[in-house]
Design a protein around this ligand. Structure first.
Ligand code: NIG
Ligand code: FE
Length: 406
């Protein structure tokens, strides 16, 4: 008998996300799973559970609802203070996002508000976001800095991410995004030098990934190569904000450096997409930001043709996508871009996990994976994006225990 301290039974459809020839979602009808110490120790047909597992702990009855792995959000900016609701209102009246990135507006405005907030205020804001992630079915996020933009305030943002991981049930993977934009009033060469010479070495123990935004309004290709090249030497794994608002070299740099992810990619060319696929980089697409900035559709067909793995992310941030809902991002990717429900589900689980180097641990359910799963009021896993903008999550299980909002 297998000993368990948590079990879930009667999942009408249990999507393991371990593909089989007959089903890319590897589903089990009337499925069950058992966990011990936060890991899955048994998964299979409900009728076999009692004869194979001894349970000493909580039992959750899904009562025929769908169960999927906890969603994995591979691109979020959860450490910020302040609001840019007025900029959102301007954009719906025709002002472009690009036009808002000057002076004390746009990202610079969030930087000011974030610098003014202390660790505990920022952690409280981030913890409220963690509650919304978990309520919407996300159990793992990648969390970027990028609104501190100097040594002290980026260190503060990394401390907030550390406390977020410690204080909440969300799994949080830290990314240093000092190269988000040049902060107001600072010489750009001096800033890039400070990222490379001071911040990168100082933050190595605290961040798994290093990211940079390659864009006319942010950093040039040469600057991004310098920052990310040094980051790679120091042992960071690499992510790149690439070709979001205009064509550029971001995707080439991601491929050259063997980045874990290249993100946004609206303006990526077919040859860049082929290079990313060859490098094993994951395309992390951000439908929320695309939607609110009225961006063009990313080249989905070229990505499919190149067999480039596509992840779907919320891109939670105060400027372009103030949403913790991956199901909403999945709906947008289906409706706006013509991705299939199976593609977006794979994108918000398996491919997102791959981009975070967490293959087999999150984004799927199998023996040994974290017991992170979500009970959803939907007739099938593929029906999740069909419910647009409403939260159909009934229960979130994180690390083999029910999560309750705090
Ligand atoms: O992913 N692309 C860069 N960063 C964010 C926007 C940040 C902001 O506007 O505050 C994004 O869309
Ligand atoms: Fe972003």
């Amino acid at each position: 008998m297998i000993r368990a301290d948590f079990a879930l039974r009667h999942a009408g459809q249990l999507a393991t996300m371990m593909p089989r020839p007959d089903d890319p979602l590897g589903r089990i009808k009337d499925g069950a799973l058992a966990a011990h110490g936060g890991r899955v120790v048994w998964i299979g047909d409900d009728r076999d559970l009692e004869s194979q597992v001894t349970l000493d702990g909580d039992l959750l009855d899904a009562a025929g609802a769908c169960v999927i792995p906890g969603l994995v959000d591979a691109h979020t900016h959860p450490v910020f203070a302040g609001s840019r609701a007025d900029e959102f209102a301007e954009r719906v009246s025709g002002v472009t996002y690009h036009a808002q990135q000057s002076g004390e507006r746009g990202i610079a405005r969030t930087v000011r508000a974030t610098r003014e907030a202390d660790v505990s205020a920022l952690t409280e804001l981030a913890a409220a976001r963690a509650n919304r992630f978990l309520a919407n079915g996300t159990t793992t996020i990648e969390a970027k800095t990028g609104y501190g933009l100097d040594l002290d305030h980026e260190a503060k943002s990394l401390e907030v991410i550390r406390q977020l991981a410690e204080q909440t049930r969300l799994r949080v993977i830290p990314t240093f995004l000092g190269a988000h934009t040049v902060p107001p009033g600072v010489d750009r060469r001096a800033y890039v030098r400070s990222v490379i010479d001071e911040m990168l070495p100082a933050f190595r123990p605290w961040a798994v990934f290093c990211d940079a935004w390659c864009e006319a309004s942010a950093f040039t290709a040469a600057e991004v190569r310098a920052v990310l090249g040094r980051a790679k030497e120091l042992g960071y794994a690499i992510r790149v904000h690439a070709a979001q608002l205009a064509p550029g070299e971001g995707p080439d740099i991601a491929a050259e450096l063997g980045a874990s992810s290249a993100d946004h990619l609206e303006f990526a060319t077919p040859s860049q997409i082929a290079a990313l696929a060859k490098a094993g980089t994951v395309a992390v697409l951000c439908p929320g930001a695309n939607f609110t900035t009225h961006g063009p559709r990313p080249p989905i067909e070229a990505m499919r043709e190149a067999k480039l793995a596509i992840a779907i992310a919320s891109d939670l941030n105060p400027g372009t996508s103030n949403s913790e809902s991956l199901p909403l991002a999945m709906s947008l990717a289906c409706v706006q871009w013509g991705m299939t429900p199976a593609e977006v589900l794979t994108g918000a689980t398996v491919h997102a996990a791959h981009s975070l180097k967490l293959d087999g641990l999150v984004g799927c359910l199998r023996r040994g994976s974290y017991a992170d799963c979500v009970v959803v009021d939907a007739e099938s896993p593929e029906a999740i994006p069909y419910y647009v903008g409403v939260n159909r999550v009934l229960q979130t299980v994180a690390g083999g225990a029910l999560w309750e909002p705090s």
